[in-house]
Write a protein that binds this ligand. Structure first.
Ligand code: NAD
Length: 374
């Protein structure tokens, strides 16, 4: 299953992209490990096909640092330490680093106790939540991740027409053979906000009913989220009057609601409309549960049942206009292989915006941005 090319997009060599984005965050005082981790995880998101959480975020992260919403070189603090349970406070540090620390805490505790529950509060953007389920699956753990985004009011509840919640992602990971893990990773809104941003920059169009305007009409026009903006402006969702719809009608809207409670209220990160409702910065809260499979059932039995069920589902005869029936994670695995070889497809404007960010930060040899195009 190879990805179809979109003539409006350019292809960027992933190694070049990592190098350039590392330099951008080093120019913003991030230490080398942090800058490289941010760059690798953003590029990793593009590799997996989630451009919404990829390199298009670079100018926005830089802007958030300048607004004092995101701090470089922060070390998350352990604020709850209770056997199988723990909670870390990321203190507005980068989510790419805080996420790693929180998952590693969960892994250590699950190894010791058979399962663990770890909260992460006040984290900078955690990016693609599937990353965290994959990190746990790499060491053989099943994991669940419930996330909210305090300060990012974007989503209308079922039946409503203005913003009451965030895109609140949910991820569930099951270890697979040869690190081909089964990862369900999804926003609980019809689309992630980054997908609206990508559409605004001329990338992939939104599906029908993804947005709702302030009069309650369904639409796919990104303008309802950002207002009318010029090509060089960073899209600011606070400038629009519409909302993204919650996914899956009343049931999806209910799951979106619960993400806010688990990721926000239970971790101590705060909910939208809660006591910190006037704080301007954006923070992810994440509640994660880790389970050691062998503490429940025989490992070989589990692996075999997972394989049998996966094959059973994939073998369903495809419906009209469907190429192949997939299970969670299949699409990301095939996209990753294709993009690693052929480069990351990016709207030219996204690459241009990253280059202008680098230029403002005096990153040298800007012609490397042209050289990175495959
Ligand atoms: P999406 O709509 O592409 O859904 C992705 C999920 O659906 C994956 O598990 C994928 O394997 C599965 N899938 C895709 N196509 C499929 C098919 N044909 N058949 C079966 N399964 C299929 O993703 P999304 O909801 O737009 O989310 C995008 C990303 O945004 C995610 O990585 C999410 O974690 C991230 N996100 C992050 C935040 C944050 O605050 N950090 C907020 C919202 C979303």
């Amino acid at each position: 299953m190879s990805e179809k090319s979109n003539s409006a997009e350019i292809r960027i060599d992933v190694n070049y992209a990592i190098e350039l984005i590392t330099e951008i965050f080093q120019a913003k005082s991030c230490n080398h490990y942090e800058a490289k981790t941010i760059a690798e995880r953003l590029c990793g998101s593009n590799l997996k096909g989630h451009d919404s959480h990829g390199i298009a975020r670079v100018p926005r992260y830089v802007e958030w640092m300048e607004r004092g919403w995101l701090y470089p070189n922060m070390k998350p603090e352990l604020v709850v330490d209770a056997g199988a349970m723990a909670c870390l406070d990321a203190k507005q540090g980068f989510g790419q680093i805080a996420g790693e620390c929180a998952v590693d805490e969960g892994i250590e505790r699950a190894k010791k106790h058979g399962c663990s529950v770890v909260g992460l509060r006040n984290s900078g953007h955690l990016g693609r939540i599937g990353d965290w389920a994959e990190r746990a699956a790499d060491v053989g753990l099943v994991s669940f991740h419930f996330v909210n985004v305090r300060g990012s009011l974007l989503v209308a509840p079922f039946g409503g027409s203005d913003r009451r919640g965030s895109t609140s992602p949910l991820a569930i990971g099951v270890p697979g053979e040869n690190k081909n893990h089964i990862i369900l990773d999804m926003a609980t809104s019809t689309v992630a906000e980054g997908k609206v941003m990508v559409a605004q920059k001329g990338g992939k169009k939104l599906p029908h009913g993804a947005l709702i305007d302030s009069l309650g009409n369904l639409t796919v026009n990104p303008e309802v989220m950002y207002g009318k903006i010029s090509d060089s402006e960073v899209p600011d969702p606070n400038k629009g009057t519409g909302a993204i719809t919650a996914f899956g009608l009343h049931k999806g809207s209910g799951i979106n609601f619960m993400m806010e409670i688990l990721g926000g209220a239970l971790t101590g990160s705060g909910v939208n409309g809660g006591v910190d409702k006037d704080k301007e910065n954006i923070q992810n809260g994440m509640l994660s549960i880790y389970i050691s499979i062998k503490n429940f059932v025989d490992l070989n039995y589990f692996k075999n049942e997972v394989k049998l069920y996966s094959d059973f589902v994939r073998s369903s005869p495809p419906a009209k206009n469907v190429e192949q029936v997939l299970i969670p994670g299949d699409k990301e695995i095939s996209t990753n292989n294709d993009r690693f070889k052929n480069g990351l497809p990016v709207a030219p404007l996204v690459w241009e915006n990253i280059k202008s960010t680098a230029e403002k930060l005096n990153v040298p040899e800007l012609d490397r941005f042209e050289k990175a195009i495959k």
